[in-house]
Design a protein around this ligand. Structure first.
Ligand code: DGL
Length: 419
């Protein structure tokens, strides 16, 4: 039988309560540098005044989170004068300024869990948020932020509760929004009678965390099955180490997913796919096509083994759009929308390896080597083996720049004027 203490600890764990050493270490490190003049720290006094005209911070493990920034910039679900529900032709965040961080040097975040380095990932996530809160970057100063949007599904899965605890410990009135809870809310609000199975496509790490099934079970009892891909996000970013094409990876992943689902004989077909990774909205059509392909697929005996598993109409839920709405509701609720349109442009940052850091392991192309990246342990909160530098279109790999240019026009325009 469980002792009362064991029950309490189990309850705290189930709530994701992160009152632990790792969060404390980051909290104390920042507290020890209240002027924000050390790595991984921020100026405490920045958060004592009126925050309304500060920018909104958005971070991801890489550039995939730009899909979330685009969704926020394009969001128009309210009348900007009254706040009433209903688009007015003016983006809801029109007057706001954004600061984006892509921790590209340390990605994929989706692989830390499989490498047994979840705690290191949690430290990275806390440091990403502290970067947004602070003023330091490699080549100068940036403004602090009034909100932090975790655009990364994996980072939300492993870091949202830690960040909540850290913000509380610091007494920060800063809004915090994570993409997973917003995605579950989106699933609920767009269901419109859909009661079939829900397929959540995400990284292997996000799937291992069970964050989506947990969040979805709070809003619906529809069956959920996860499809974790180890290579799709990297392939979408044009990672040269992934040889298969995006289309082939999706087709194979969806095929494996349906094969496994068929073996467990689900009672309802899948009628909804949650795009639970930042990169997947960029290939939404290919994902749709893959499900349609397998639905119509004929086996050698002429049967269609997956027909009953995939509903004829398949909806997609893009958590990015719902993150925008969650952000809007939080800022409105806290009376933190900008009081005047920002005259300054958005700012973008990207992490790069720091070859001068003692013991850093680099691959031939200058990126962190796999062994080094996934071999690190938490504890050095102020480590600077990677540095955050301004992101410009020229710093993006060719394939990524093309995707952003073609699929994320508002972000591309803003990125072009950022320096
Ligand atoms: N941004 C990550 C996510 O949404 C995908 C890329 C990665 O694994 O870092 O889960």
């Amino acid at each position: 039988m469980r002792t009362p203490l064991a029950c309490l600890l189990a309850c705290l764990a189930a709530l994701g309560a992160p009152a632990d050493e790792l969060v404390d270490r980051v909290v104390n490190h920042a507290r020890a540098h209240p002027e924000g003049d050390a790595p991984a720290s921020f100026r405490a006094s920045d958060y004592r005044g009126d925050l309304r005209d500060l920018p909104i911070g958005v971070f991801d493990s890489g550039v995939g989170g730009l899909t979330v920034l685009e969704a926020i910039k394009a969001h128009d679900r309210h009348d900007n004068r009254t706040g009433a529900e209903g688009p007015d032709g003016i983006p809801d965040f029109q007057g706001e300024r954004f600061i984006y961080l892509g921790d590209q040097a340390n990605m994929p975040y989706g692989n830390y869990a499989a490498a047994g380095r979840t705690d290191f990932l949690r430290e990275l996530i806390l440091r990403d948020a502290v970067f947004l809160l602070g003023r330091r970057h490699l080549h100068g100063e940036k403004p602090p932020v009034k909100a932090v949007v975790i655009a990364c599904n994996t980072a939300t899965a492993y870091g949202l509760e830690d960040l909540r605890a850290a913000f509380k410990a610091w007494g920060l009135p800063v809004i915090l929004v994570g993409v997973v809870e917003a995605g579950a809310k989106g699933l609920q609000e767009t269901a419109k009678g859909a009661q079939g199975g829900v397929a959540v496509m995400a990284t292997v790490g996000t799937c291992a965390s069970e964050a989506y099934p947990r969040a979805i079970s709070k809003v619906t009892d529809r069956p959920v099955r996860q499809l974790g891909s180890a290579t799709l996000a990297a392939a979408i970013e044009g990672d040269p180490s992934v040889k298969a094409s995006v289309r082939d990876i999706i087709r194979a992943d969806v095929g494996d997913f349906l094969k496994a689902a068929a073996a467990s004989a689900p009672d309802r077909p899948f009628d909804t796919v949650v795009l639970g990774c930042t990169h997947y909205p960029l290939v939404a059509e290919e994902i749709h096509a893959a499900f349609a392909h397998w639905r119509d697929h004929r086996a050698s005996d002429g049967s269609r083994p997956y027909e009953r598993l995939v509903a004829p109409t398949l909806r997609q839920v893009d958590p990015a759009a719902w993150t925008a709405e969650a952000l809007w509701r939080s800022l409105q609720g806290a009376n933190l929308m900008a009081t005047k349109p920002s005259s300054a442009g958005d700012l973008f940052y990207l992490s790069v390896p720091n070859p001068a850091w003692p013991g850093v392991g680099l691959a031939a192309d200058g990126s962190l080597s796999y062994e080094y990246k996934y071999g690190r342990q938490p504890s050095q909160v102020g480590r600077e083996d990677t540095l955050n530098v301004p992101m410009t279109p020229e710093k993006l790999p060719g394939a990524t720049a093309k995707l952003v240019r073609e699929k994320l026009p508002l972000t591309w325009r803003s990125l072009q004027s950022a320096r």
